[in-house]
Design a protein around this ligand. Structure first.
Ligand SMILES: [Mn+2]
Length: 428
């Protein structure tokens, strides 16, 4: 099924072969970081040099005047930015392509939407990057890095993702088993720290009560649980999550398949994905990148960043819960200086407020306003949040877009009220 994408990947390969130096521009989340690491590793193995820039978005435009520019996890929705680039360009992305890219020089566009896949669920940017890496050499080990982006972007194990995972399993770089997919560590601690799944514990007492009821020892490491204990825990977590008003579809993201990536610095794939994500969110993208490049000097530091981030988010989720407001057809939350707008929006929409689109608005210190909108697949059957964000932000002089299920916008603070009204109207 990936064959159509491989045709475009071959085109990318032909362009890459002409250059000794590549500038990589990538999105700063785990899908972006893992995509760039996949391309960088493949380039290094070909004896090519690269420089990498992590970006929050392409809104500001990119000046690029020499060598080859490769965009990962971004570019497809910004034809005007890509069209302005003076050199050869490759876009490796899974966002829905908008408009037409009129490249000035040679150009390849590796995007699942252009090859018969739904990029929102069936192939991440990291998966698309793997398809390019596959065309560049013996890079099967990078299936494990591709998996990180799939997990981070809440993709499904179907379509192109499934094909890549299968290949990784076949080659021994991914080990799949049945069970509970959760971070590794001491049970009493991970239940509090976990955001995938998010269990909504308010304090240590809550966790103790939960463990007592389930009949498990909180000092035990979750990876050492017997099969019977793991099933007990999985059942209790499922019940708790559903009682918390989660979208029922989230269950399949933590019950079922779990993945070990034996050659990577962190063997538990969901944990590594979260560690890289935390590095990205906390402005330490290069540390997350180093981890994906298997540079063990940064392992300890990355774990510390993750732990701090996870704690901060968990506290934030408890604190902001009562501030969530209800519109006619949406729920929304207005925050100031929140640590990560998109993470909060994702968790709330998946685990606590699963029945309506969720809009998180964050007013930053510099007065800029970041909006993250989230919906589940069921809601996305009738509402396209990318379109809602684009239209509503344009109405107030801002900019927005993204995926059907996960989109965002940038607006200015005086327009928040009008923006929310418009979002609500469009969702209705
Ligand atoms: Mn992505």
């Amino acid at each position: 099924m990936l064959d159509m994408l491989r045709v475009e990947a071959k085109k990318a390969k032909d362009i890459i072969e002409k250059h000794d130096f590549v500038r990589i521009y990538t999105h700063y989340d785990v899908d972006g970081i893992s995509s760039s690491a996949i391309i960088a590793t493949a380039l290094l193995r070909m004896g090519k040099q690269f420089q990498i820039t992590f970006l929050k978005g392409l809104n500001e435009g990119v000046m690029h005047e020499d060598g080859l520019a490769i965009f990962t996890d971004m570019g497809s929705s910004y034809p005007e930015v890509i069209s302005e680039i003076e050199t050869d360009v490759i876009v490796i992305d899974h966002h829905f392509p908008i408009g037409k890219i009129e490249a000035k020089k040679e150009f390849a566009h590796v995007n699942p939407h252009l090859a018969g896949f739904d990029g929102s669920f069936e192939l991440s940017a990291s998966g698309s990057a793997f398809v390019v890496a596959e065309s560049l050499g013996e890079n099967y080990d990078l299936t494990a890095i591709a998996l990180l982006g799939m997990i981070g972007d809440k993709q499904k194990i179907s379509g192109g993702n499934e094909e890549i995972i299968k290949l990784g399993i076949e080659k021994g770089y991914i080990v799949q088993s049945d069970g509970l997919r959760i971070i590794s560590g001491k049970l009493s601690e991970i239940l509090k720290l976990s955001i995938e799944p998010y269990l909504g514990f308010n304090n240590d007492r809550d966790v103790e009560d939960f463990l007592k009821k389930v009949g498990l020892d909180g000092d035990k490491n979750v990876d050492d649980l017997s099969k019977e204990e793991e099933i007990k825990l999985a059942n209790a977590i499922t019940l708790r999550v559903l009682r918390n008003n989660a979208y029922e579809g989230v269950v399949e993201s933590f019950i079922g398949k779990k993945f070990i990536i034996p050659k990577e610095l962190i063997k538990n794939a969901v944990m590594m994905s979260e560690v890289v994500n935390a590095c990205g969110r906390k402005g330490a993208q290069s540390i997350g990148f180093a981890l994906c490049m298997r540079d063990d000097r940064y392992l300890e530091k990355s774990i510390k960043i993750w732990r701090d981030f996870q704690k901060q988010i968990a506290e934030e989720l408890v604190k902001r819960r009562d501030d969530v407001k209800e519109g006619f057809c949406i729920r929304y939350l207005i925050m100031e200086n929140a640590p990560s707008t998109s993470t909060i929006a994702t968790i709330y929409s998946r685990y606590l407020f699963g029945d309506k689109p969720f809009i998180a608005i964050n007013i930053k210190k510099d007065g800029k306003v970041k909006v993250s909108a989230r919906a589940n697949e069921k809601i996305a059957e009738r509402i396209d949040l990318a379109e809602v964000m684009r239209k509503a932000s344009e109405k107030v002089g801002g900019k927005g877009g993204g995926h059907r299920v996960a989109a965002g916008a940038n607006i200015s603070s005086e327009n928040i009220e009008e923006f929310i009204k418009e979002v609500d109207r469009l969702c209705c």
